[in-house]
Design a protein around this ligand. Sequence first.
Ligand code: AMP
Length: 341
Amino acid sequence: MTAIATLGSHCSLQVLKGAKDEGLKTILVCEKKREKLYKRFPFIDELIIVDSFKEVLDQKCQSILEKNNAVLIPHGTLIAQLSSEEIESIKTPVFGNKWILRWESDRNMKEKLMREANLPMPKAVTKPKDIEKLVIVKRQGAAGGKGYFMAANEEDYNTKRNQLISDGIISKDETLYIQEYAAGVLAYLQFFYSPLKEELEFFGVDQRHESDIEGLGRIPADQQLKTNKIPSFNVIGNSPLVLRESLLNEVYTMGENFVNAAKRVVSPGMNGPFCIEGVYDENAKFTSFEFSARIVAGSNIYMDGSPYYSLLFNETMSMGKRIAREVKTATETNQLDKITT
Ligand code: AMP
């Protein structure tokens, strides 16, 4: 029988609960410092205790996973803690497409794939001197919004960058990515593409709550002007959102365009869960600033099923369970190579 394994963070509880509900063995690669936390959950069958997540690359860890016929479910922590080369070198079968994770981590590749998918994007600004409108300045990789800042012009950019460098939040030689700021209602659109059924499913929408940009919105403008603290976009948690039904058709089209573009650009394409992230403006026009090519932590709000999945499945279906269902079906029909890399 196949087992489901993942790193102990991000959405691991949801992933392993879903796997257990599907009757699969569950394995958690767990940092020593979090052992007590994860031992609270009876649906986790086995803990592989490590000092650092990098040990998932070690022979010891990989042979335990191999012995259990484990499929590794990648999530944001894997991307944040391991380089693309390291992820690509993992011997354990990775759910979905491990090659596309590089396209998520590298800002230029990310922009290329989004263009290929025809996603409407905010303009990228190549040099600080070209900043004309309000921009958001981002770091590479899945930094979770920490160390991001907003700038209105080159001088503002330099002042804030220097302050963050002297505060030790970003490093001097870090390449930052500058993008025009898109204002509107945040919406993180979560999908699942099944290569077995060759079908796209729309799972749900979440919003992120980010500190301290949200904190700033809670204080009056005159106090805001007096603070010289640079607010960051560090994700603290998520909450659910449903869209106007008239927006759903376009949501599916964007998802399909993304799946088709990924098929052309990075074989075997966008298999499994993914998320298109952006804002709706006052004309309900969507602008996408980001994608995640794997399960997002925002799916944790729907551990008991999402509104849109309750339309597609006559049972409670979380994203974790959906992944496990795909692994189970692929195992039973001898098609694991279709859903892993
Ligand atoms: P990201 O790492 O690109 O997901 O960005 C982290 C957060 O920054 C997002 O969740 C948004 O709140 C915000 N953000 C990123 N890019 C933009 C943009 N171009 N316009 C407005 N907000 C953005």
